[in-house]
Design a binder for this molecule. Structure first.
Ligand code: NAI
Ligand code: MG
Length: 398
């Protein structure tokens, strides 16, 4: 019997393509798993009116660990039009199954490591003193609080009376907005709780210790957003002093962070932020290491240990129809590698990292994005490796 049971959620478009490739790599590295396929995505919205069927939730409740490809999602009205005729007019409203998973399983920790593969033509470079260029080796791990903060959805346009009155008790609100009609006010709240903040910070420090990062940087704005960012930074200070004296704690404002990340990205190790700032800073760093063909993330709940591993990219539907797939499978393979790390299969995870590193450094096999070509079926003729060839090359180097 296989040692592990992994829920495989291919989803839509190229999600299906790249997940199959990642599983090929996992098999080749000797990971003994049974994959249990779960339904998620557009097809199930159209057929069943639910892109995240109950049976899929059950699977994840039972087996805890999922590899997820990507899904297609569309704005509400467009989504409603594509429903099967018998489901039309029933008031079904589309909502993203990724957000659904995140909420249902309280996947409150999002981890996105961004590490340079040497020789990747998409690596960030900067001008050096002598007029040449330097290619800094980025090695960061971004921890983003994934369920609260500005994305908690607690918001109002034309706030109801009780909410408005509560806000009016705040002197700054009364002074600056108190003379405006309620209809002209929109409010989105930024809620941080001590529990969730403690857990994201703990995850960040533990990761730094385990993987030998020298610093944890809080990328927030505690001097201005005093109650939420301020609380996070204060809690980080207390935690560092008490439990992680060997790790340096840094405080970099989120706006400055977006500037520093192209000036001296190699100076950062672990970075931790609330939901929105973490979203921003993780995309910023992903751009330095190759973007959508390379970036992957984990979302997990540290208490239930339910975890979902996925590439950052979407379903790129137009590429899913090509006879020979051209998309870069590395992001999805990275997601699989992160899963191995998470479940303690470090040696296999390292072999995958080394194999990708070798292929990228050799530079013989490059998908179209690495050649900076515009995606089209033609790219193969222009020298791009197909998705399959890239995976084969990685497998050959395991
Ligand atoms: P996308 O990430 O699917 O594609 C954007 C562009 O990035 C593609 O046209 C392609 O040029 C490039 N790209 C993406 N993945 C690549 C890969 N593995 N290798 C090489 N190039 C790659 O984003 P888009 O076009 O905005 O959205 C398409 C669909 O995906 C939408 O329905 C959207 O809602 C959904 N989406 C789903 C996500 C998820 O499942 N996590 C995330 C982002 C978008
Ligand atoms: Mg984002």
């Amino acid at each position: 019997m296989a040692k592990y049971k992994i829920v495989a959620l291919p989803g839509d478009g190229i999600g299906k393509t790249v997940l199959a490739e990642a599983i090929r790599v996992l098999d080749a590295v000797g990971f003994e798993a049974e994959y249990i396929y779960g339904d998620i995505g557009w097809e199930f919205w159209k057929k069943e009116g639910n892109p995240l069927p109950e049976r899929t939730i059950k699977l994840l409740e039972e087996h805890k660990i999922a590899l997820f490809g990507a899904i297609t999602s569309k704005p509400k009205q467009e989504a409603a039009k594509e429903l099967a005729p018998e489901l039309q007019g029933k008031g079904l409203v589309y909502s993203s199954p990724i957000v659904g998973l995140r909420q249902y399983f309280k996947l409150e920790i999002s981890l996105r490591p961004c590490r340079t593969y040497e020789g990747n033509p998409l690596n960030f470079i900067r001008r050096s003193k002598d007029g040449g260029f330097e290619e800094p080796a980025v090695n960061v791990a971004i921890f983003r609080q994934n369920t609260e903060g500005l994305y908690s959805g607690v918001e109002w346009s034309n706030p109801p009376e009780q909410v408005y009155n509560a806000f009016m008790t705040h002197p700054k609100f009364a002074k600056n907005y108190g003379n405006l009609p309620k209809e002209d006010i929109a409010i989105s709240s930024r809620i941080f709780t001590r529990g969730a903040t403690e857990r994201i910070l703990r995850a960040a420090f533990e990761y730094a210790r385990k993987y030998d990062y020298k610093s944890v940087t809080v990328a927030e704005k505690p001097n201005v957003i005093r109650e939420t960012s301020g609380m996070m930074y204060q809690m980080a200070k207390d935690m560092q002093q008490k439990d992680y004296p060997e790790i340096t704690l840094r405080n970099v404002n989120i706006d400055a962070m977006t500037m520093w990340l192209t000036k001296n990205p190699e100076d950062y190790g672990v970075i931790v932020s609330g939901n929105m700032f973490g979203d921003i800073v993780s995309d910023g760093f992903a751009g330095l290491i190759g973007g959508l063909g390379f970036a992957a993330s984990a979302q997990y709940n540290p208490q239930t240990r339910v975890a979902v591993f996925e590439p950052t990219h979407g379903s790129a539907p137009k590429y899913a129809e090509y006879q020979t797939p051209i998309v870069n499978p590395i992001a999805m393979i990275e997601a699989a590698r992160m899963m191995l790390e998470y479940i303690g299969e470090q040696e296999k995870a390292d072999r995958i990292r080394k194999a990708i590193a070798k292929v990228v450094k050799d530079g013989k096999v490059k998908t179209y994005d690495m050649l900076k070509l515009k995606g089209s079926p033609d790219v193969i003729k222009q020298g791009a490796a197909s998705t399959i060839e890239m995976t084969d090359a990685i497998i050959a180097n395991l």
